[in-house]
Write a protein that binds this ligand. Sequence first.
Ligand SMILES: Cc1ncc(COP(=O)(O)O)c(C=O)c1O
Length: 390
Amino acid sequence: MVIKYLNLYGSRGLTLVRGEGQYVWDSNGVRYLDCHTGHGVAFLGHRNPRIVSAIKDQLDKLITLPSAFDNYLRDEALAALERIIPKGYGYAYFLNSGSELVDFALKVARKVRKRSKFIAFTNSFHGRTFGALSLTWNPKYREPFKPLLSDVEFLKYNDVSSLDKAITDDVAAVVVEPIQGEGGINPATPEFMKALREITESRGVLLIVDEIQTGCGRTGHVWASDMYGVYGDIMLLGKAIGGGVPVSIALLRDEIGNQLGEGDHGSTFGGNLLALAAVRAASEVILYDNVAGRAKAVGSRLINELNNLCKDFKVVREVRGAGLMIGIEMRFDPKPVIQCLQREGVLTLKAGTTVVRFLPPYLINDDDVNAIVSSVSRCLNEETTRRINA
Ligand SMILES: Cc1ncc(COP(=O)(O)O)c(C=O)c1O
């Protein structure tokens, strides 16, 4: 073969061929507990039966249909979604990925507020398209692609004192993750979220809450916004909401959706029928399978056990997170620990520069928690020894 795959993520050196629930299997039949879940996508489990069956049903009917044409499935997906989303959103708009959705939200903010400036925060991650990248903090992702959107200011995450001066009435929107994922599993403080809501509201600035990673029950609440009682004017959903199928959804308040019309945006694949079938089924899983409650119960146990374990290791700075969105912050590069965990049969991923991130499916059970804790223990011992001998 002459053509090579342009892999921009770096290789994990593992060929995975099958997944079910919280597990994946490699080409040699070895089973892994999946706490990577494709950057958090498979939170509802690999091949969740309800989602697989909905997609298979739709495959036999009609695969593609632009939104200019009606279809009952679109209404069903919206009805199912409406049962799990917070109250107050009058419109839903379907796209295909998180980054694309962030770009759409920025366009919407500019159009409805007729202002150009955006505010984001240190350690934020909103994606890699030009708009989303302009609001993403990490210089490593940004520098080679400058100039990005010029009218963006980054404020310190969780610093309430900076908000009043910076969020002036020429700002179109503030974009925030309630818990920063890629940036290092950093939860917002309740005071910060509350102040953000109050100041944006008083200045007519849109608050865009990016729940692409935190949503669908992962934090032990159906939406992280529920944890704070703070809701955006636009809320962004992605990753788990399609159960593995690429789909993202913007929820818009009536006042915002009412100002948008034909031609303001478009997407060939946005809201395609397979995605809608997946969203309908995923919403039902979230509702009927008490996904958030289960994530909260098993997540608290996992966080407690990791905390108990890690306090004895000098290589660890802190364990933090909510529900099943958990990070172990190391004092050093977390890569050797992530590699060790992979050898142990536990797949995790990096966040920030020092964090081992766990984004397991809500289906993990007590045995899985025990397996994770034992593997982390062995890998932290290995890392401690390696550091002493280095
Ligand atoms: C909070 C957040 N926003 C946006 C994105 C971008 O989503 P995508 O990779 O689907 O473009 C991500 C991806 O990790 C994310 O975590």
